[in-house]
Design a protein around this ligand. Structure first.
Ligand SMILES: [Zn+2]
Length: 487
């Protein structure tokens, strides 16, 4: 009784610290000022609070392993958050072009993707790319210091970043490594073919390293950017689609303001789960915004559908490979011909064309994340010197994308330096999201997004948080790649 009572008061404090931290990081990432002294004090209190759990209740027989790992990760994060903030700051203040401008200001790390998506000048894009690669060296000590400090911290608790990650994801190293490699190998052929076809159209030549995933993902839709093929608006449409399935996303706040220090990439943050979940994105053009908006709303409906009575760990300890299932699943709606024609009113020939372009973009994603994931798995598993990572990354881009990238590119990414792992979870979740879709088609038919039963099934999967039943998934990477290769 005494222990149960003290654990419930411990959890209450832990949750309020999580919510305060999450709010400050959200503000930081949307480019608003934050009180750094307040963040320092919350991180210190959070670390002490999780330590009190690790020294006490965590040692009791039958104490949950998940909460133990989450506490270890929180202590590790608190010990390294300063390097993360310095990385954010260096990226927005030092990765700045002296020469090229976007929206009346010099191109920065944050506006880089918008700049690339809005110019036909390959030479200018290459100059910015090379310029930023040249400046990325100042990020190296921050990334290296943080990775090493985190590894050392976790070692104090008898674990390491890779083992803790695999335990939360419920996967063995061998299984995950094999999935990543096999998926990358299977995707390479269809990817290379699609890249050759679309680079001819988009840049009028063979693709090079500076024509990266983010450039193509946007530019391949150029023909739809001036005149949108639909009158529907992404946010309204996703909210209405979810409502028809019996899912309520109408109260999720969306920050779409352009700010100088704002993250280049859309994201969703569960500040207090399930009651306070927010989305941030930078507007591109009405049609291109459908995919990121549907993706982030998938996260938002997931976090806000988790049972408020679920354990603290089930609400805040959701593995990336689970969280990304629901976002990739909802994003997948706009990759479906049936959805484009019936829900967005797009004529059939255009819908077919759009589906093929999304297929290319998914193949690029698969090939790119095979390289990204292999780098991260290899780093934590084999511990090569940090200084050798750029060379390894060049080799991996050549292997999976067929293009040799300057290896420093990974340090300019928005996930690779910010997270200790994460990248492999995208591939795991993409495979599962397809399996979830097929499960819903099997139960509710091809127009599953119109069915309340499909919404109820999703809710059943979202409500338990981390304790989700993944029984619908066999993690079949070859079926996933086949779905992208079918013309
Ligand atoms: Zn996501």
């Amino acid at each position: 009784m005494g222990l149960a009572l003290s654990l419930s008061s411990w959890t209450k404090t832990a949750e309020s610290l999580e919510a305060s931290k999450n709010l400050l990081y959200f503000r930081q990432l949307v480019g608003l000022k934050i009180d750094k002294r307040r963040l320092a004090s919350i991180e210190a209190r959070s670390s002490a609070h999780y330590m009190s759990y690790l020294r006490g209740p965590a040692r009791a027989e039958g104490a949950p392993r998940g909460l133990y790992l989450m506490s270890v990760a929180a202590v590790g994060a608190a010990g390294t958050y300063r390097q993360l903030l310095r990385l954010y700051e260096a990226r927005s203040s030092k990765i700045v072009s002296r020469e090229s401008r976007y929206g009346g200001a010099p191109v920065t790390w944050g506006s880089w993707r918008q700049f690339s998506a809005n110019t036909d000048d390959s030479a200018a894009r290459k100059r910015v790319f090379d310029d930023f690669l040249g400046r990325s060296g100042i990020l190296s000590p921050l990334i290296k210091g943080r990775f090493e400090a985190y590894r050392a911290k976790l070692a104090e608790f008898g674990t390491d970043p890779l083992s803790a990650y695999l335990e939360l994801e419920g996967l063995s190293y061998e299984r995950l490594d094999a999935l990543v490699r096999r998926l990358g190998e299977l995707a390479k052929g269809p990817f290379t073919e699609a890249l050759a076809r679309y680079s001819h159209e988009v840049v009028g030549r063979t693709a090079e390293y500076f024509d990266d995933f983010y450039f193509f993902r946007s530019r391949v839709f150029k023909r739809y950017s001036k005149a949108a093929p639909t009158r529907e608006k992404p946010i309204e449409k996703v909210v209405r689609t979810m409502r028809r399935m019996g899912l309520d996303a109408s109260k999720v706040p969306v920050d779409d303001t352009d700010r100088k220090g704002k993250s280049a990439s859309a994201f969703c943050s569960g500040i207090r789960i399930p009651s306070d979940v927010r989305i941030s994105y930078r507007r591109a053009n009405p049609f291109e915004d459908f995919a990121p908006v549907f993706h982030e709303f998938g996260h938002a409906i997931h976090f806000s559908s988790i049972d408020p009575g679920a354990s603290f760990f089930d609400r805040y300890g959701v593995a990336n490979g689970v969280a990304e299932v629901f976002s990739i699943f909802f994003e997948g709606l706009v990759h479906e011909k049936g959805f484009l024609t019936a829900e967005l009113g797009i004529p059939e020939p255009a819908a077919e064309d759009i589906v093929d372009r999304f297929r290319f973009s998914s193949l690029y994603f698969a090939a790119f994340y095979a390289a990204n994931s292999t780098l991260k798995l290899g780093y934590w598993h084999d511990s090569p010197p940090f200084e050798s990572l750029d060379g390894l990354y060049s080799d991996l881009t050549e292997r999976y994308l067929g293009i040799r990238y300057p290896g420093a590119y990974w340090k300019l990414h928005h996930v690779m330096p910010d997270y200790f792992l994460y990248s492999p979870s995208y591939l795991v979740a993409a495979v599962r999201a397809l399996e979830l879709r097929n499960d819903l088609i099997g139960r509710f038919g091809e127009r599953y997004w119109r069915e309340r039963g499909a919404g109820a099934r999703l809710l059943e999967l979202m409500r338990p948080g981390q304790s989700v039943d993944l029984g619908f998934s066999k993690l079949d990477e070859s079926a996933y790649v086949r779905s992208l290769s079918a013309a």
